[in-house]
Write a protein that binds this ligand. Structure first.
Ligand SMILES: C[S@@+](CC[C@H](N)C(=O)[O-])C[C@H]1O[C@@H](n2cnc3c(N)ncnc32)[C@H](O)[C@@H]1O
Length: 295
């Protein structure tokens, strides 16, 4: 059986081979290369490839989620946006943050590699008569300068650090910011329901959580503030079938036998309340928000 490595990579150093010596607790964090640790954890993720097509297909669903979330409001409270700010919202999605942020700042440049996401964002701007958001189609991996991504007072990357090289991505965000950078990422299982994955017989590997990011920031000499958002969302569906359709799509390409198990799980977990179907047990989800000022 293939052995799984769960420990972060140690940097090769002078003390590397000395097994007899007790580890010096104060040095352990320094000996770990957190970007390599991130890469290793990401490579063990058992999820479908999330390319442009994946996000394009998700765009409409993403905007019309079956829940209301306190996440955008809580994120904006942490940001304390300034009226004079120009903001870069990297991997903005359909605008969960850009749309509510628009009324507090001067201008937003919203960037994503998914045309579907940007289309939904632009539709919302039209409907809500928002005219200080400009969009750019670009990816984390692109040369940002040649894509027209310049520098901004504040830079945001919310729930979107889906990159292989985290250090490179953070460096790009940092270089694009004049004043401050805000990033957020998963804590533990993130938005995923471990019970659901286990019920269908799949292994949930959500990938590296915030502690990798936080430690990497430290290693990069960035002493970030850290705050947690507790997401109180409560999914609700018209009926069991709507719930099934949603999670079938969310989990991606289930076999017939997995679909049957998902249906059983939802029948067991969802209960009718006030004319809707909701989960009988509430799960706490947390997001970690890390931010820093440029020195
Ligand atoms: C989970 S959504 C987050 C959207 C938004 N920032 C939010 O907090 O709701 C992740 C977003 O990252 C985008 N994305 C994924 N990989 C990307 C890449 N390599 N370059 C640019 N955007 C990417 C997706 O298109 C999607 O809109």
């Amino acid at each position: 059986m293939e052995e799984r490595c769960v420990n972060p990579v140690r940097k090769v150093g002078p003390a590397g081979g000395k097994k007899s010596r007790e580890p010096d607790a104060s040095k352990i964090a320094d000996e770990i290369d957190w970007n390599e640790a991130w890469k290793m954890q990401r490579s063990q993720k058992a999820v479908i490839k999330r390319d442009v097509n994946f996000w394009d297909n998700k765009a409409r669903n993403f905007f019309k989620k079956p829940w209301d979330s306190n996440y955008p409001d809580d994120f904006l409270k942490i940001m304390e946006p300034k009226r004079y700010w120009t903001v870069l919202d990297m991997a903005c999605g359909s605008g969960a943050l850009a749309i509510p942020l628009a009324k507090y700042v001067r201008r937003i440049t919203a960037v994503d590699f998914s045309p579907g996401m940007l289309e939904v964002l632009e539709e919302q701007c039209k409907t809500k008569e928002i005219n200080n958001i400009a969009v750019i189609k670009a990816s984390w991996e692109d040369d940002w300068k040649s894509r027209g991504i310049g520098s901004y007072d504040a830079v945001v990357a919310s729930r979107c650090l889906v990159v292989d090289d985290l250090e490179k991505a953070i460096t790009k965000l940092h270089n694009a910011a004049r004043e401050c950078v805000y990033i957020s990422t998963i804590v533990g299982d993130g938005p995923h329901d471990r019970g659901m994955y286990e019920a269908v017989g799949r292994r949930l590997t959500p990938g590296p959580d915030y502690i990798y990011t936080y430690n990497l920031l430290y290693q990069m000499g960035i002493y970030a503030h850290l705050s947690f958002i507790k997401d109180y969302r409560q999914e609700s569906f018209h009926d069991l079938d709507a719930a099934f359709q949603y999670y079938d799509k969310f989990m991606g390409e289930l076999t017939n036998s997995e679909k049957a198990k998902l249906r059983c799980y939802l029948e067991d977990q969802l209960v009718p309340r006030n004319g809707k179907w909701v989960f009988k047990c509430k799960r706490a989800r947390r997001w970690a928000v890390m931010w820093w000022e440029k020195e």
